[in-house]
Design a protein around this ligand. Structure first.
Ligand SMILES: Nc1nc2c(c(=O)[nH]1)N[C@H]1C(S)=C(S)[C@@H](COP(=O)(O)OP(=O)(O)OC[C@H]3O[C@@H](n4cnc5c(=O)[nH]c(N)nc54)[C@H](O)[C@@H]3O)O[C@H]1N2
Ligand SMILES: Nc1nc2c(c(=O)[nH]1)N[C@H]1C(S)=C(S)[C@@H](COP(=O)(O)OP(=O)(O)OC[C@H]3O[C@@H](n4cnc5c(=O)[nH]c(N)nc54)[C@H](O)[C@@H]3O)O[C@H]1N2
Ligand code: SF4
Ligand SMILES: [Mo]
Length: 654
């Protein structure tokens, strides 16, 4: 056995936890990745998705050299080309598009496939320097970000959760999606005898570990919160001194919740009426209570109402007065990584339009868009699978007049639509710095091995394309470490971070006294499903990270085939049984899955965990609508479907 070298790094994925890891390298090959034992938050364990991350790096189907399309768009017919040829082709096409339609006909499209500063941000420098269309918005927690802009706090240090006396896990499947937070939940149980409640339509892995599961109807959360608030006001359990100071529209809020009697709430939420006052009393009595909010309930056209409603509850309870109290949605170490995109490179006098990244389907298919998007570069996201109304996205990506570049690890459904595919390094092959969205640590990732094949980091791709595009600015020549360092908060140097591995950025909890929040802005009960249809939920799969890993053998075996979960009464009403093939369809398309009959989902709801690729016949977003909340949150859960036995297996979309 050779010597094992240990290299400090971290998981790059879009997950609350940003685990610190150690890559073990033997004779130039990574043989294992293990959680860094001394990390205070992630404590030496990775998750069921990532604990063999090196298998991703060494996967036989990994992209290791540039490709050029030789077949129809969306097929997998590509030929290998050199980096020089790929860069020359991209430069020629991007230049021609900018000359003919103006630079705003070019659009970058990126998301959080890697949360690293370099991998996520570096290519933006090219687009800014070209004066391309800008990208705004997002596809995750957009409702939270929109309400933060209204002044609602995103949250407090999750480590303080250990001080909570009552924890409401509200639309969050913590043991699947961010299991390291469970340490602090358990700590609250141990220290203070805290009760843990789960509010989720589905009896998830997390719900099973809680003291109580409240299986409310999807989209009825704001109604339940209003009902609890009404009880707190009526029974004089609210902390009025705090609430009047925190909330500029206290009287309007009291008026808004007044109609929501326990009986009306019970009817809208599908829960027993007596649950409402009991929850309200427990919530008001805890000193403090914490509401830990997930993404599921945000994914409707009323996502912001949900967030205002739970904030109103926490304000009425006065929970923000105490450590470990209030609402926790997102926690970050305050890395300023947008700075690494260098918007200052936008040519003087240019004021490029901003296009919403969550509306890619609309952007690519809107005949009125002027100029139309003619050149697209995608990295760190798989829009053909993850965007709402994915059929529309695919129609856009299939446009013969659209020139698309995709930077990827694998030939995803999106990459199959590219004209040029560029191979990206994985986290084991590049330097990067990561913030987080579920804790307050900044973490460094050192390269464990040299890039495999011809894969390149996004910093290197940026520098290479800048040269072929004839762009010259010192920011387009910066190395990856300099790019990453540009995002660090004041007082933290790259040298110190590299030495330490991770650094916690302490910040005081938000103060809400006198905050003047406006929380009385509507409580909309969920619509009833159209006759014979079910509301489709598409929660996160335990063994995938969104659509990542849905092509990897170990994770696929563990996750099993696409499975539609349905309540026994709904299955019986359709004459469907356990293990049967079903078609799930609506006006936008039809997908296929295997039925699992279970009382873990309530009547009226069907759940299809996971974001599957086209090859598995279950791209659920082919059924989701082109619909967004006012703040731009895609309404992934506002979708109704018919479920039936397939006459003949048919997979289709319009
Ligand atoms: N294993 C795994 N981990 C992940 C991911 C993954 O794909 N797989 N994805 C990562 C990402 S990008 C994110 S954003 C986070 C998300 O983390 P979570 O927020 O925990 O995940 P979701 O599955 O989106 O939603 C959580 C729960 O909301 C419930 N839900 C749906 N609609 C409603 C509703 O109307 N009301 C209520 N109360 N609950 C509702 C769902 O049943 C689900 O159990 O997880 C991250 N971690
Ligand atoms: N129906 C439905 N749709 C949803 C959701 C839902 O709950 N239901 N959830 C939404 C949410 S919360 C989110 S966050 C989004 C997630 O959507 P995406 O951000 O698109 O997430 P992934 O599907 O994981 O795709 C990330 C892609 O980036 C690639 N990648 C990873 N690292 C790198 C890298 O270093 N370089 C490059 N070039 N590529 C890399 C991966 O191979 C993968 O193909 O999906 C949203 N869509
Ligand atoms: S996906 Fe999340 S829990 Fe899993 S290793 Fe990465 S950061 Fe940790
Ligand atoms: Mo997300």
């Amino acid at each position: 056995m050779g010597e094992v070298r240990q290299v400090k790094g971290c998981c790059p994925l879009d997950c609350q936890d940003t685990c610190a890891w150690v890559a073990e390298v033997e004779e130039g090959r990574v043989v294992a990745v293990r959680g860094a034992r001394d990390h205070p938050f992630t404590r030496g364990v990775l998750c069921a998705k990532v604990n063999d991350y090196q298998a991703r790096t060494y996967a036989p189907d990994r992209l290791l050299h540039p490709l050029r399309r030789v077949g129809p768009k969306g097929s997998d017919r590509f030929e290998r080309i050199s980096w020089e040829a790929a860069a020359a082709l991209i430069a020629e096409r991007f230049r021609a598009i900018a000359d003919r339609h103006g630079p705003q006909a070019l659009l970058p499209h990126r998301y959080l496939g890697s949360m690293g500063v370099v991998q996520r941000r570096a290519p933006m420098r090219l687009f800014h320097a070209l004066g391309a269309s800008r990208l705004q918005g997002g596809i995750c927690s957009v409702a939270a970000i929109a309400t933060a802009a209204e002044g609602l706090p995103l949250g407090f240090d999750p480590e303080d959760m250990a001080e909570s006396r009552l924890i409401l896990l509200w639309g969050l499947n913590l043991l699947t999606t961010c299991h390291h937070h469970w340490h602090f939940v358990q700590e609250a149980r141990r220290r203070h005898g805290a009760r843990i409640l789960c509010l989720d339509p589905i009896r998830t892995r997390t719900a099973r570990q809680c003291d109580e599961h409240i299986a409310l109807r999807p989209g009825s959360d704001a109604v339940l919160a209003a009902g609890m608030a009404r009880v707190m006001l009526e029974e004089r359990l609210a902390d009025l001194g705090f609430a009047r100071g925190a909330c500029a529209d206290f009287d309007a809020l009291a008026a808004q919740v007044a109609p929501w009697t326990p009986e009306r709430v019970a009817k809208a939420c599908g829960i027993p009426a007596e649950t409402v006052p009991r929850l309200a009393r427990d919530f008001a009595a805890a000193r403090p209570a914490a509401i830990r909010v997930g993404v599921g309930p945000q994914q409707t056209v009323h996502g912001e109402e949900f967030l205002r409603a739970v904030h109103a509850l926490a304000v009425l309870g006065g929970h923000w007065r105490h450590r470990g109290g209030g609402v926790l949605t997102i926690a970050t170490p305050g890395l300023d990584d947008l700075r690494a995109e260098r918007a200052d490179l936008i040519p003087p006098g240019a004021a490029p339009r901003a296009l919403d990244m969550a509306r890619l389907g609309a952007t690519l298919t809107d005949p009125a868009l002027d100029p139309p998007v003619m050149g697209l570069m995608v990295w760190g996201t798989n829009p053909a699978v993850v965007q709402p109304d994915a059929g529309r996205v695919r129609r856009g990506l299939a446009r013969e007049d659209l020139f698309t570049v995709v930077i990827e690890h694998f030939l995803t459904d999106t990459a199959r639509h590219a004209d040029v595919v560029l191979p990206s390094t994985t986290q084991l092959e590049h330097f990067d710095v990561l913030g987080a969205w579920g804790h307050q640590y900044v973490t460094v990732n050192l390269p464990a091995i040299a890039p495999l094949g011809e894969a390149k980091s996004h910093g290197e791709i940026m520098r290479l394309l800048a040269r072929s595009l004839g762009l010259d600015h010192p920011a387009l020549r910066e190395d990856d470490e300099t790019i990453a360092a540009s995002a660090l908060p004041p007082g933290l140097t790259l040298a110190a971070l590299k030495e330490a591995g991770w650094v916690k950025m302490e910040k005081p909890p938000p103060r809400l006294d006198g905050a003047g929040l406006r929380l009385a802005r509507g409580v909309t009960p969920p619509p009833a499903p159209p006759e014979g249809m079910l509301r489709l939920l598409t929660p996160k799969a335990h063994f995938f990270l969104n659509s990542s890993f849905a092509n990897q053998p170990r994770q696929r075996r563990a996750q099993g085939a696409p499975r539609l979960e349905m309540a026994p009464a709904d299955a019986a009403a359709r004459g469907l049984g356990e293990g049967q093939a079903v078609r799930i369809g609506n006006a936008r398309g039809t997908i296929l899955a295997t039925l699992h009959v279970t009382d873990a989902v309530p009547p009226g709801v069907a759940a299809l965990p996971g974001k599957w690729w086209e090859a598995d016949g279950a791209v659920a977003n082919l059924l989701t609508p082109s619909a967004w909340s006012p703040g731009g949150q895609p309404a992934y859960n506002d979708v109704f479907v018919a479920v039936e036995a397939p006459a003949a297996a048919a997979y289709s979309w319009r």
